[in-house]
Design a protein around this ligand. Structure first.
Ligand code: AP5
Ligand code: ZN
Length: 214
């Protein structure tokens, strides 16, 4: 099963990718997590990406397309994958098409900007696994600690309100056109398109996703 999770920053892509990965055993490919891993490893690409990400801008298509192509060629992706945060521009979507990567479901999470700003203020993440929490809406069992490992949770560098607003503006400008792109692909029979109300609770959204994917 090949799935694209499409939605604004903070719409719940990472949260639901973790649910789907556990439930169906499909690997999560989060370009954001891959970039944050490169930053942590101190690679040249990571250092360049950090400045762009902290400013709430997009990393260049060439770098991202290269990262994803390399990742989906790996063995664990043979039976499918969840794309979280990719594609995010029309050239990225075109590159996938040109590479012959077929998609079964494109799933859009619809969440208004104000809800997103509220969510980002309370987000906490476990960088090593990509697990995502919220201090109110999805709290960890022990405050500030990851449920599985007990390791510390952190606040992402790009979750400051001003940066979130910049990321939202870029989403509307560069990523939202993909809604039309994949809706058109669906009318051509190339994939299924689903739009979910991402303001519902984490569990309700998970249940709706389970219905779509099973
Ligand atoms: P990336 O890491 O992909 O960030 P993003 O797309 O901005 O999305 P987020 O991770 O912020 O949100 P999410 O939808 O995963 O929400 P989450 O589940 O965490 O990218 C970061 C940066 O990397 C980009 O800005 C860019 O610079 C670069 N980059 C990455 N990919 C790129 C690409 N393809 N091209 C170019 N540049 C790229 O949830 C958010 C919060 O809400 C959490 O606290 C969560 O617990 C809570 N929550 C989730 N669901 C619910 C719910 N239903 N109800 C209440 N709370 C909820
Ligand atoms: Zn995410």
């Amino acid at each position: 099963m090949r799935i694209i999770l499409l939605g604004a920053p903070g719409a719940g892509k990472g949260t639901q990718a973790q649910f789907l990965m556990k439930k169906f055993g499909i690997p999560q490919i989060s370009t954001g997590d891959m970039l944050r891993a490169a930053i942590k490893a101190g690679t040249e690409m990571g250092l360049a990406a950090k400045q762009v990400m902290d400013a709430g801008k997009l990393v260049s298509d060439d770098i991202i397309i290269g990262l994803v192509k390399e990742r989906i060629a790996q063995e664990d992706c043979a039976n499918g994958f969840l794309l979280d945060g990719f594609p995010r521009t029309i050239p990225q979507a075109d590159a996938m098409k040109e590479a012959g990567v077929k998609v079964d479901h494109c799933i859009e999470f619809d969440v208004p900007d104000d809800v997103i700003v509220d969510r980002m203020g309370g987000r906490r993440v476990h960088p090593a696994s990509g697990r995502v929490y919220h201090v109110v809406y999805n709290p960890p069992k022990n405050e500030g600690k990851d449920d599985d490992t007990g390791e510390d949770l952190i606040v992402r560098d790009d979750d400051k309100e001003a940066t979130v607003r910049d990321r939202l503006a870029i989403y509307h400008d560069q990523t939202k056109p993909l809604v039309n792109y994949y809706q058109t692909a669906a009318t051509e029979g190339l994939c299924e398109y689903h739009k979910l109300d991402g303001t519902k609770s984490v569990d309700v959204v998970s249940a709706e996703l389970e219905q779509i994917v099973s």
